[in-house]
Design a protein around this ligand. Structure first.
Ligand code: AMP
Length: 508
């Protein structure tokens, strides 16, 4: 049997090609037939361009139905999809294109000049455009092609996607995910969360990330269901669409924002059977308030780019706030202490996972990949956690000091390097501080030199100097100017102390 993920998904598409798949804000509908035909045309185009199985198709585009279809067409043709956050700037893009060397780069029209320049440098042979209305040279070039396309034969170990995660050492790593990895997680979640006929998903997540692209879309496609496909989260809009949806998946920020709406409550959620939260910790207060206001118990789950979802609170049975539930079927999860032995309930250790969903390795980094796996094949997630007395997993922190802001990951090193390079700066430490809306706000603690350049540094000056070189979500919201950083006996900066010492700056 063809193990191409597209074959699995399309075998679950409704018999009736007129069945809706994506419902857009303006009321337009993309049917399952539309998806088959449009992905067929783009797959034919990709072949015509001369890409070979395994070649990468990178896309830095806005969330549109066409962008999702580009993903499906890519895997259908046997190529490897590489989604990029539209917020990425020149420096970041330069690295991704140079590292992944895609055979095709699809960009937004407004960044065409930059795309051409970087593509030439990186030896990327084809650049096409897709705009935020789903138009552009990609679609123009695909239109003359046939709708029919025989899905390329792939084995489960063949690559389907590469998603870049930032590296603590400053270098981003491309997590390679196979058709088998994605299929395994998709089937598990579809089952575990009881997807059923008639389900309609409210989709307000970005589609360059594992949550919105894989977790949400695969569940919908495997179920042959419809989804409200919205460009981004908006609490008022969400409240009106919830009335016609049965499932919502979101990052904790979505739930915090819904609770800020005075009229949000039981009535708004009367049609919903499941609220799922993940990508960042859901505060127990949010979990409790949501239950009190709506009668719904949010199901929190935990996972990462390198393997999709690892744990979930139960569909039936107690969903416990402050926990991420149990290891999913097919995922082995262990929590090990410093010496490598399994921890007892209540004691914090490193979370490691093994299973068919766990990624193949980091693109072009065999040594790094080897370091991140144990000799018996468990992946070291970098997350710290505990088992509670009933076997629920509790995430206690990130050993790698990742900052998660609005569900997006920010690795401090990348920002620290830019700040440290500024005149007048001795050093800096970037941490996450609690933020009511984003969960965490990127915050920089900066040590000034005692010279005129150092004295001239200001909070807004530092932000302005790096703003154009970073995606907006990575730019520090708050900057603290100090004389020195706390260090431990080994000379390491103690970020835990910084987090305690610096308080959020509300309203800024
Ligand atoms: P990403 O690869 O962008 O999906 O980010 C993965 C990281 O997000 C994980 O390694 C965790 O640190 C964090 N994460 C994901 N889900 C949760 C959750 N439910 N609670 C706490 N942290 C989470």
């Amino acid at each position: 049997m063809n193990q191409n993920l597209y074959s699995l998904l399309s075998s679950h598409f409704p018999k009736n090609p007129a069945a809706p798949c994506m419902i857009l804000p303006d009321g337009r509908v993309w049917t399952y037939g539309d998806i088959e035909r449009a992905s067929g045309r783009i797959a034919n185009l990709i072949m015509k361009l001369g890409l070979q199985p395994g070649d990468r198709v990178a896309a830095q585009v806005e969330k549109t139905p066409e962008a999702l279809v580009l993903y499906l067409a890519t895997i259908r043709a046997g190529m490897v999809f590489l989604p990029l956050n539209p917020a990425y700037q020149r420096q970041e893009l330069d690295y991704f294109l140079g590292d992944a060397k895609p055979g095709l780069f699809v960009c937004r029209p407004q960044s065409r000049a930059l795309a051409d320049e970087l593509a030439t440098q990186a030896g990327v042979p084809h650049v096409l455009e897709l705009d935020d209305a789903g138009r552009g040279s990609l679609i123009d070039a695909a239109t003359p092609h046939a709708d029919a396309f025989a899905t390329a034969a792939r084995n489960s170990a063949d690559l389907a996607a590469i998603l870049y995660t930032s590296g603590t050492t400053g270098r981003s790593k491309g997590a390679m995910l196979s058709h088998g990895n994605l299929a395994h997680n998709a089937k598990t979640l579809h089952d575990y969360w009881h997807f059923q006929p008639g389900d309609v998903l409210l989709h307000m997540l970005p589609t360059f990330h594992v949550h919105g692209l894989f977790v949400a879309c695969h569940c919908v496609l495997l179920n042959g269901s419809a989804m409200f496909f919205e460009p981004k989260f908006d609490a008022v809009r969400a409240m009106s669409l919830l009335a016609e949806s049965t499932v919502m998946m979101g990052v904790p920020t979505f739930y915090v924002r819904l609770l800020l709406e005075p009229t949000f409550g039981h009535e708004t959620c009367r049609n919903i059977r499941l609220f799922v939260s993940g990508s960042a910790p859901l505060l127990k207060e949010t979990f409790d308030e949501f239950k009190a206001r709506t009668g719904h118990t949010i199901l929190e789950r935990y996972g990462m780019t390198e393997g999709g979802m690892f744990t979930s609170n139960p569909y039936e049975g107690e969903r416990r706030g402050g926990t991420v539930g149990f290891p999913l079927p097919g995922t082995e999860l262990r929590i090990v202490g410093a010496g490598g032995s399994a921890t007892k309930a209540g004691s914090v250790g490193n979370i490691q996972v093994r299973g068919d969903n766990v990624f193949v390795g980091y693109w072009g980094m065999p040594e790094k990949t080897k370091e991140e796996f144990t000799t018996d094949g468990f992946f070291k997630t970098g997350d710290m956690g505990t088992w509670d007395r009933d076997g629920y997993v509790v995430i206690s922190g990130r050993s790698k000091d990742l900052v998660i802001t609005g569900g997006l990951n920010v690795y401090p090193k990348e920002i620290e390097d830019l700040i440290d390079a500024m005149p007048g700066v001795v050093e800096s430490a970037v941490i996450g501080l609690p933020h009511p809306d984003f969960g965490e706000a990127v915050s920089a603690v900066v040590v000034r030199q005692k010279n005129p350049a150092g004295k001239a540094l200001t909070e807004s000056g530092i932000i302005a100097a790096i703003k154009d070189r970073l995606a907006n979500f990575k730019v520090p919201k708050w900057v603290y100017l100090v004389d020195e950083l706390p260090r431990n006996a080994m000379g390491k900066v103690q970020k835990n102390i910084l987090r305690k010492n610096y308080s959020p700056m509300p309203g800024r």
